[in-house]
Design a protein around this ligand. Sequence first.
Ligand SMILES: Cc1cc2nc3c(=O)[nH]c(=O)nc-3n(C[C@H](O)[C@H](O)[C@H](O)COP(=O)(O)OP(=O)(O)OC[C@H]3O[C@@H](n4cnc5c(N)ncnc54)[C@H](O)[C@@H]3O)c2cc1C
Length: 371
Amino acid sequence: MKKKYDYLLVGAGLFNAVFAHFAAKAGKRCFVVEKRNHIGGNLHCEEIEGIHVHQYGAHIFHTSNREVWTFVNSFVEMNRFTNAPMAQYKGEMYNLPFNMNTFSRMWGIRTPEEAEAILAEQRRVISGEPRNLEEQAIRLVGTDIYTKLIKGYTEKQWGRDCRELPAFIIKRLPVRLTYDNNYFNDRYQGIPEGGYNVLIEALFGDCERVLGVDYLSHRGELDQQAEQVIYTGPIDAYFDYRLGSLSYRSLRFETEVLNLPNWQGNAVVNYTEREVPWTRIIEHKHFEFGRQEKTVITREYPQDWEPGMEPYYPVNDEKNQALYAAYRKLGEAERVIFGGRLGEYRYYDMDKVIERAMECAKACGLKRGTL
Ligand SMILES: Cc1cc2nc3c(=O)[nH]c(=O)nc-3n(C[C@H](O)[C@H](O)[C@H](O)COP(=O)(O)OP(=O)(O)OC[C@H]3O[C@@H](n4cnc5c(N)ncnc54)[C@H](O)[C@@H]3O)c2cc1C
């Protein structure tokens, strides 16, 4: 007998939002089960003092894929926000990514030629194969940039001294010899006008939603209602951790409302000295050029992850990749599609998650077109 729904979507993040859109367009019936009390996954914004606060960390949309950009803009207009983060080191302010503005501020120089000469001289400090992350970073950007802008930040992120971290963690450190503070190299970037919730609402449309329910606690009854399950929760949780737990890095956020209109003058400021415990402060109103009377800031602290905590970044080392491969193998025997950043145990930027969800919709016969 045909079941009530064609698709049961586990998790109301961006992956399933995109999938839901194509399913509805193809006339399929879906319902989404989300364990949090809101849709949108990590893109969700909470409104405080009229400001859209990125509750799970700063999200800036960027892509070079024209189809993805056109798709997103068909639901919500993207504003002209360009990510140009600042770094603060012991009260000194530097532009990121490392570019001529950074070098000029650091060394009082003017031309790319002067910058190149200083970089080359400082890189020479390390000869031979770098033995750890410190040597690798100095090899790539020299001692000053490493000491002021990389060392403390990286040590806070990993909770370890850079000399104890392997060199391979940093493969490239792009250096720009132009006065260009745009963090991303992608063709398109912006923030949805009105915040990410507008985009997510539009994508889910009329899709039925059940919030505050953990699929894994009601799996039997939920599975009976749909022909196909699309699961975007953690893959190890799906199998009740029977082969062990995958590791993540986590974050802790402290949000504060300040009674002034503009506190740091930029959406993102990184704190690159070790002594300051947070890695960055986000001032949310600047994502949308807000003119509100108050402002909302969030301090971001990296954290070791333990089961039960919010899993933010997968640790794609050999051990965890092997474990993920074993879970994937188990997954092949299920009639379930695993998708998204947790289902595939992979860091995906939003545009890549949209691409993956479009591919999935296409494989299910719901979408036509180039992807
Ligand atoms: C700190 C941070 C900053 C980021 N910044 C950017 C950025 O600037 N630009 C960019 O492009 N990308 C950014 N990303 C990536 C972006 O967040 C992801 O691409 C996107 O959230 C992936 O969507 P998803 O649907 O795969 O996962 P998620 O958003 O995690 O959605 C999965 C959903 O499934 C739910 N769920 C899990 N298990 C269950 C269960 N058992 N039952 C019911 N529901 C369940 C979860 O609660 C969650 O809502 C960032 C990520 C992080 C962590």
